[in-house]
Design a protein around this ligand. Structure first.
Ligand code: NAP
Length: 475
């Protein structure tokens, strides 16, 4: 096949695909575009005359493939799951040795591992790539997490480096490991995003129900926090959300929005994978569970009637500067613990899959472009950059001091919330995990004794090697 003009192609002109294609075109690359409904590919060119020279829409998959130079680089930006397999199956017969298929959707990393296997030995190459930052990220610079064969990465690196977000001058893209590494890291990113958002929502709940603050006042507090340790995209947008007025009613926008949160599944995957790895990502679990319970609104409304008056009756919180800084400190501390859990899951997956995930680099490429971007991630990057092995973020010297200092604020906020009947499941999970993690002698000895009594599962003793069974009294 003769070489076409396009440097890279994008299949799928939905929100993400169209914006990614515009980003690629803007950076000076020629991008071929194709879509199940072809009109959308042509509309992209027509609607963006300033970039039209770099956008090459195709009516058919055959035309699309012909328009690409070799080795062909084809990005799929279609819904995760069967559509990706379908698109891969359709295009494979049209491709040649050395061509690269790139799944840039939110794939389950297990699917990515399977798809990588299907191209092994065929001459074709496959990359599974997590893209974070939503619509705006795709258009102006996402954070990009790449998985696949290391020697395939240079084929896409020049384009990805140009379109990725930049933290100062560093592009937020990296090759992270073979097959499913990129999509696994994106899944954990989303799990951490769930936890981060849930903990912010819990602090909002304390402000609303404990401190009886108006949204505009909360917005001012979040804006203030955004100038310090908590400085991040999520805190910034929270202030914007809280400051907004509904044009229809004149009420604060957050008060007209129904309290049912949606989810598309990546947070749940993060929790399931962490559980499979034996890592308790309890703050992520609390966040996923909270979204689930939020959607059972009618049931909650009925339960509220059954248990009215359970609250301590008076606010345990004080709306003064000391109270706000306690909340700030609690949120910082819980956030460190949530990230420690996400990082522990990535470390375990890295061992399990032989990925050798560069955990410091992951923090670096999350510093800009993605939803959880923050200065705090720069601190994590630095913790991994010290040349010593970080067993867990909670043992990294830079974080030990911060958690030791902040844990009493987290403890007080969780305790006061419990007494006031205000749910803070992710903050509580963070505190419980921290207390369990820092306890040298736990309580699993009793669990082992029970297991041995009812199931002869054996246990190990402090004073001898090997597993033993004890003859317990009959019950
Ligand atoms: P979207 O707006 O719903 O667009 C989906 C695109 O895929 C459309 O162009 C659609 O074509 C096409 N498509 C749908 N079903 C198809 C099928 N069975 N076969 C072939 N093409 C099909 O989706 P999106 O938000 O851009 O998301 C794309 C991927 O990026 C997903 O994996 C998503 O999880 C991931 N992602 C999304 C975001 C986000 O913020 N939206 C962020 C990160 C990652 P038609 O025009 O013909 O319907």
């Amino acid at each position: 096949m003769a070489d076409g003009q396009a440097d890279i192609g994008v299949i799928g002109m939905g929100t993400m695909g169209a914006n990614l294609a515009l980003n690629i075109a803007e950076k000076g690359f020629k991008v071929a575009v194709q879509n199940r409904t072809p009109a959308k590919a042509f509309a992209l060119k027509d609607d963006n005359p300033e970039l039209a020279d770099n956008i090459l829409p195709a009516e058919t998959l055959e035309d699309f493939v012909k328009s690409l130079n070799t080795p062909r680089r084809v990005i799929f930006m279609v819904p995760a799951g069967q559509p990706v397999d379908d698109e891969m199956d359709k295009i494979r017969p049209l491709l040649e040795d050395g061509d690269v298929m790139i799944d840039a959707g939110n794939a389950d990393f297990n699917d990515t591992v399977r798809r990588a296997k299907t191209v092994e030995g065929t001459g074709l190459k496959f990359i599974g790539m997590g893209v974070s930052g939503g619509e705006l990220g795709a258009r102006h610079g996402p954070s990009i997490m790449v998985g696949g064969d290391k020697d395939t990465y240079p084929l896409v690196e020049p384009v990805l480096t140009k379109i990725a977000a930049r933290f100062h001058d560093a592009p937020c893209v990296a090759w992270l490991g073979t097959d499913g590494a990129g999509h696994f890291v994106k899944t954990i990113h989303n799990g951490i995003e769930y936890a981060d958002m849930q903990m912010i929502a819990e602090i909002y709940g304390v402000m609303r129900d404990g401190l009886k603050l108006e949204p505009a006042k909360m917005a001012a507090i979040f804006r203030d926090w955004n100038s310090r340790e908590l400085s991040s995209y999520l805190i910034e947008i929270t202030a914007v959300n809280l400051d907004e007025t509904d044009p229809q009613t004149g009420k604060p926008m957050v008060e007209v929005i129904i309290d049912e949160a949606g989810q598309k599944g990546t947070g749940r995957w993060a929790v399931i994978e962490a559980q499979k790895l034996g890592v308790g990502a309890t703050t992520l679990e609390a966040a996923v569970a909270a979204r689930g319970l939020s959607s059972r609104r009618e049931e909650r409304e009925h339960a509220a009637g059954l248990y009215a008056g359970v609250e301590a009756g008076q606010s345990q919180f004080f709306a003064d500067e000391a109270g706000f800084s306690e909340l700030e400190s609690a949120l910082v501390t819980a956030k460190i613990i949530a990230y420690a859990q996400g990082y522990a899951a990535m470390a375990a997956a890295s061992d399990e899959n032989g990925w050798d995930l560069p955990l410091g680099t992951i923090a670096e490429i999350w510093r800009a472009g993605c939803i959880i971007r923050s200065h705090f991630l720069d601190d994590i990057a630095k913790a991994y950059d010290k040349g010593q092995k970080v067993v867990n973020i909670l043992q990294a010297p830079d974080f030990v001091g911060r958690v030791a200092k902040g844990q009493s604020a987290l403890r007080r906020v969780v305790a006061k919330a419990a007494l006031a009947g205000i749910p803070v499941p992710a903050l509580s999970a963070a505190l419980a995990y921290f207390d369990d993690y820092r306890r040298a002698r736990g309580t699993a000895n009793l669990t082992q004794a029970q297991r041995d009594l009812f199931g002869a599962h054996t246990f190990r003793r402090f004073d001898a090697d090997g597993a033993v069974h004890h003859k317990w009294p009959a019950v």
